[in-house]
Design a protein around this ligand. Structure first.
Ligand SMILES: [Zn+2]
Length: 262
């Protein structure tokens, strides 16, 4: 009798251990799946590569000043529609720099904007500018594994604010960019999210009217603005429906260049 009770007891313990290990495996699988989804967004349907024809209407969506608090939300939206964009990044949020790795991994272009974005500092001399540029490029290298090949000047290459700090500096810097083989990219459609537009409705309307009738647009947006990130939920499906093709900027993209005024 005692032996029988011991045998039943042992069987019960083995069964409990078996079910427990199954549950742990399931939990581990769930955690792995979550991590994977968070990093690669590979739950998204990947469409065939788009063929660019003569009649294609191209949109280069660009986001300046991030990564920030809304960048992850934006990345999820971009992944949902399988749209690739360009991020001109800063070090405004050191705690968000890890997102550069995710931007790169998900097929977007990571490009330098500025480390401090402080006009009075970066435009006081060409050496001050390059010191700031190189610091941001180090962040890009650290998180993406390569140097940035393209950049956007704070205020654009046409800015005149730099003249208050150093006469002729934009002429010198644009020339130095060319010499170093770094493409600088301005924009030709503005969401006005850094002034003028302060709601997702306004950003959406500005983008719709801005790109309409154009064959190719480089669009200026900021992923540090919550309403801009929100507006993408409507703008991207609208543009896809209208037949626009989204592309990330590369070294070979036709750059939108402003005229240099300083
Ligand atoms: Zn900026």
């Amino acid at each position: 009798m005692k032996k029988k009770i011991t045998a039943i007891f042992l069987i019960l313990i083995s069964l409990a251990a078996f079910f427990c290990s199954c549950k742990n495996n399931k939990d581990n699988e769930a955690v792995e799946a979550f991590k994977e989804e968070e990093i690669t967004s590979d739950n998204v349907t990947v469409t065939e590569p788009t063929t660019i024809g003569e009649d294609s209407k191209i949109l280069y969506l660009t986001f300046d000043d991030g990564p920030g608090l809304y960048t992850q939300h934006l990345l999820a939206t971009l992944a949902k529609y399988n749209v690739k964009v360009t991020f001109f990044v800063t070090n405004f949020r050191p705690d968000c720099q890890f997102l550069l790795a995710r931007e790169e991994k998900e097929g977007h272009t990571v490009a330098v904007h500025s480390y401090t974005h402080e006009y009075s500092d970066i435009y006081r001399s060409t050496s001050a500018f390059w010191e700031d540029y190189n610091k941001m490029d180090e962040n890009v290298l650290k998180y993406t594994g390569h140097h940035a090949e393209i950049m956007r000047f704070p205020g654009g290459s046409s800015n005149t604010i730099s003249a208050s700090y150093c006469e002729g500096i934009m002429t010198a810097l644009t020339q130095q960019m060319n010499e170093k083989g770094i493409s600088y990219i301005d924009w030709d459609v503005d969401s006005y999210d850094a002034g003028g537009a302060s709601s997702s409705d306004e950003v959406f309307e500005n983008l719709k009217s801005g790109v309409s009738g154009r064959k190719s647009s480089v669009i200026l947006c900021h992923d540090v603005k919550s309403y801009t990130v929100e507006a993408m939920e409507r703008f991207i499906p609208w543009a896809l429906e209208e037949g626009f093709i989204f592309l990330p900027c590369t070294k070979d993209s036709e750059p939108a260049h402003h005229s240099v005024n300083n």
